[in-house]
Design a protein around this ligand. Structure first.
Ligand SMILES: Nc1nc2c(c(=O)[nH]1)N[C@H]1C(S)=C(S)[C@@H](COP(=O)(O)O)O[C@H]1N2
Ligand SMILES: [Mo]
Length: 206
């Protein structure tokens, strides 16, 4: 099938959770600003696979595309997530089933032999170790789609939260973060200026 290469940054929904926790305590790993990764991904377009499987892109009864990974959680259920059908089928959304990362076979940690890469969409929907794809009326019923990776206002508590009241996170806003100095660092002021690093290499004198 036609090979497709894209560059996409994946971000975990919990990126900068350490900052969210300052507003209201949240569960999950206490990530700083680096729960992200950027790579060049190569694979086949999900769209091409769906069409080849006989899916009619104009059929309005299709609302979601669900993915299942081969890894099981403690209850024995496989990791699952879904994205909207329109995104999966839209050429311009560049959703691919990747089998290479940065020009080599997809490493095990990143989903060998196959993972979904959904540019612009939260890491959690980029399912690794892909075993099954299904087109459906409903979203994935997995824990990760229904009872996690959702956003709530600070007035909501873990004992009162109703996960069914919030949509599953798909797109995440574009953000930027200063990498150095990190929060709480002591800085040296040089002639009225300090240096900040915005990425791995970009240094700015402010
Ligand atoms: N099968 C499977 N896919 C998965 C996960 C998982 O636990 N199992 N974790 C998801 C989450 S929460 C994130 S943030 C990304 C991380 O991708 P990476 O390991 O390539 O950085 O993978 C996603 N895909
Ligand atoms: Mo994540």
């Amino acid at each position: 099938m036609p090979k497709c290469t894209i560059t996409a940054t994946l971000m975990c929904a919990g990126n900068r959770r350490s900052e969210m926790t300052k507003i209201k305590s949240v569960k999950g790993l206490n990530w700083g600003p680096a729960a992200i990764g950027n790579a060049t991904w190569t694979g086949v377009r999900l769209r091409d696979v769906l069409i080849r499987a006989g899916i009619n892109e104009d059929d309005d009864t299709y609302k979601h595309v669900q993915f299942e990974g081969i890894d099981l959680d403690v209850t024995g259920k496989s990791y699952g997530a879904s994205i909207q059908f329109w995104r999966a089928i839209d050429k311009r959304a560049d959703v691919i089933l990747a089998y290479e990362m940065n020009g080599v076979a997809l490493p095990k940690d990143h989903g060998f032999p196959l993972r979904v890469v959904v540019p612009g969409v939260v890491g959690a929907r980029n399912v690794k170790w892909l075993e099954k794809i299904s087109v459906s009326k409903d979203e994935s019923d997995s824990h990760w789609q229904q009872n996690d990776y959702k956003g709530f206002a600070p007035c909501v508590d873990y004992d009162t939260v109703d996960f069914s009241k919030a949509p599953a996170i798909q797109e995440l806003p574009v953000i930027s973060a200063i990498c150095k100095p990190i929060d709480g660092d002591t800085v040296t002021v040089d002639d009225g200026h300090i240096f900040v690093t915005l990425g791995r290499e970009v240094v700015k004198r402010l």
